[in-house]
Design a protein around this ligand. Structure first.
Ligand code: ZN
Length: 152
């Protein structure tokens, strides 16, 4: 998975989500700032370009994105260019295995992450998670019942 990174256009601090609140200065991008905030993230720029933007922000220099970049940010904001996500069979199998061996919360976390993205990813995550969590629930209940009835 590509490194995902976003910068606060006000102070240059790194944050998780381009449109989220900055942990350093507390600013939430609104209106026209949302376009710049999206620009200052790996949704649009690569990491070296982001590092350069971070330097500019910290030096107090204005960012001068090209019109093409601004247009891409606008398109993303309008949801015209949100990439569809599909997991491979290997990824689904890996997720199911991780759900079984670790915790099905993993699968629900993946579902939560992709639930608003177009494409089947969120449904695939549930497909790999719900049966495993039902199985674990039944196994847990059976084990408890066995303990209570003294058969374990
Ligand atoms: Zn900030």
């Amino acid at each position: 998975m590509a490194e995902s990174l976003a910068l606060c256009p006000r102070c240059g601090a790194e944050k998780d989500l381009p449109l989220g609140r900055c942990g350093a200065c507390g600013v939430v991008p609104v209106d026209a700032e949302r376009e710049i905030a999206l620009l200052c993230s790996t949704r649009i720029l690569d990491v070296p370009a982001l590092r350069a933007a971070q330097e500019r922000i910290r030096r107090g220099e204005p960012l001068r994105p090209t019109e093409a970049l601004r247009a891409r940010a606008r398109a993303l904001l309008l949801g015209e260019e949100v990439a569809s996500v599909t997991f491979t069979r290997g990824q689904i199998a890996g997720l199911a295995l991780a759900n079984l061996l670790l915790t099905p919360l993993l699968g629900y976390a993946v579902w939560f992450r992709y639930r608003t993205r177009p494409g089947p990813a969120a449904r695939q995550a549930l497909f790999a998670t719900v049966p495993v969590s039902l199985f674990l629930l039944v196994a847990l209940v059976a084990w408890r019942v066995a303990l209570l009835t003294g058969n374990a």
